[in-house]
Write a protein of this length. Structure first.
Length: 141
């Protein structure tokens, strides 16, 4: 009985730590907001996504190139209505990217002032004609 109680307490503690240290991705909520406005997710822009991922790659302290653990999503309504969203699985991974990449740090610092960060998602790019519409959908998600 004592062993079962200890094991239960240990599992409960580990579960609490897991919940505390791992933020869930907010992309599902963000995409639902875009979907409600008639947007779709594109999976046919792989080459563009790879170029953006290359931009987000950084060099660690040992000189190794590190590709961030990020999923890039492109949502679109038509040719003039689109957005590129970087979806980090946890806040920790996003902070690690921020701390290690000067380019990403500069990007985030410029975006932070304009409500382009929503939980673990970063709005990287949107169609210039509809910036206000897309920003409103993103920040109100």
């Amino acid at each position: 009985m004592k062993k079962t109680m200890k094991l239960s307490a240990l599992l409960a503690t580990l579960l609490c730590l897991l919940v505390c240290f791992c933020s869930c991705s907010t992309y599902g909520r963000v995409f639902k907001a875009f979907e409600k406005e008639g947007y779709y997710e594109s999976d046919t822009v792989a080459s563009y996504v790879e170029k953006v991922k290359n931009y987000l790659t950084y060099t660690d302290e040992e000189g190794n190139e590190v590709e961030p653990n990020v999923t890039l999503h492109v949502v679109y309504k038509d040719v003039t209505h689109f957005a590129v969203i970087a979806d980090y699985k946890t806040t920790k991974e996003m902070v690690e990217q921020y701390e290690n990449s000067t380019d990403f740090k500069n990007l985030v610092n410029s975006l932070e002032k304009s409500d382009r960060i929503n939980g673990t998602c970063v709005l990287l790019l949107e169609s210039t004609l509809l910036t206000h519409e897309i920003l409103d959908i993103f920040k109100n998600a």
